[in-house]
Design a protein around this ligand. Structure first.
Ligand SMILES: CC(C)(COP(=O)(O)OP(=O)(O)OC[C@H]1O[C@@H](n2cnc3c(N)ncnc32)[C@H](O)[C@@H]1OP(=O)(O)O)[C@@H](O)C(=O)NCCC(=O)NCCS
Length: 194
């Protein structure tokens, strides 16, 4: 999907199960402080399972230095100007995985179980479909059972477990669950099939 089409679609407002109004928008350079604060609110037990050490300023700074929606599309969710969710779609511009995207998702603990993760995942799936991606992959540490459930609801299937392959931020080895979605069979929350 072109940068122009993304910019035409966002920001957009959505309402969570409990009535909270959330703005979904793309990440910009103005989000630096908001992102630092957001990741500081993610508990250690979740943070240690994220691919990058988001407690480090330089990690977030490096994302902002190199914003390229064609490679990584970062979507943020905001409530009253505070970032409460971060979802990214990663893709390759060439090679045999060009038709495959990878999704990553983190929600502020205070905003979980309200449907926000599902809203953000739905957005990424629709963007992926629009961009012509055929498959989406999610790599999840096996202990993150909530995430595995959340992805399964969209018809992501567990295709592999790589035993002990992850060394988490705490230095412990963890199993990695690989989940794959055939985009044409995605089950969206409003049961809209494309
Ligand atoms: C996984 C995560 C993104 C889910 O976000 P969320 O906003 O709570 O998700 P939703 O409210 O849309 O929940 C969707 C479904 O997931 C499942 N789920 C979510 N949290 C759960 C929990 N703590 N226990 C059991 N099931 C859970 C439920 O089936 C839920 O639907 P329901 O609330 O109608 O029962 C969030 O827990 C998170 O940020 N986890 C840490 C980061 C992570 O593991 N990311 C995945 C790696 S890519």
């Amino acid at each position: 999907m072109s940068e122009k089409r993304i910019e035409d679609q966002y920001p957009k407002t959505t309402v969570l199960k409990d009535g909270t109004k959330v703005v979904l928008k793309t990440m910009t350079h103005n989000d630096r402080e908001g992102l630092h604060e957001f990741f500081a609110r993610i508990q250690e037990e979740d943070r240690k399972f994220l691919k990058h050490d988001v407690s480090k300023r330089e990690v977030i700074d490096s994302w902002l230095k190199d914003i390229n929606y064609g490679r990584v599309l970062p979507l943020l969710a905001e409530v009253n100007g505070k970032i409460v969710g971060d979802a990214t779609l990663h893709r390759r511009s060439s090679g045999w995985l060009k038709h495959v995207g990878e999704v990553r998702l983190v929600i502020d603990p205070a905003y979980r179980r309200k449907g926000l993760g599902s809203h953000m995942l739905e957005e990424l799936i629709l963007i992926a479909a629009d961009a012509g991606l055929e498959k989406l992959v999610a790599e999840i540490v096996a202990e993150e059972t909530a995430a595995i459930r959340a992805f399964r609801r969209f018809n992501f299937e567990q295709v592999a477990v790589l035993p002990g392959i992850v060394k988490d931020q705490g230095g412990r080895y963890q199993d990695l669950v690989v989940m794959v979605l055939d985009v044409s069979t995605a089950l969206l929350p409003d049961w809209y099939y494309f």
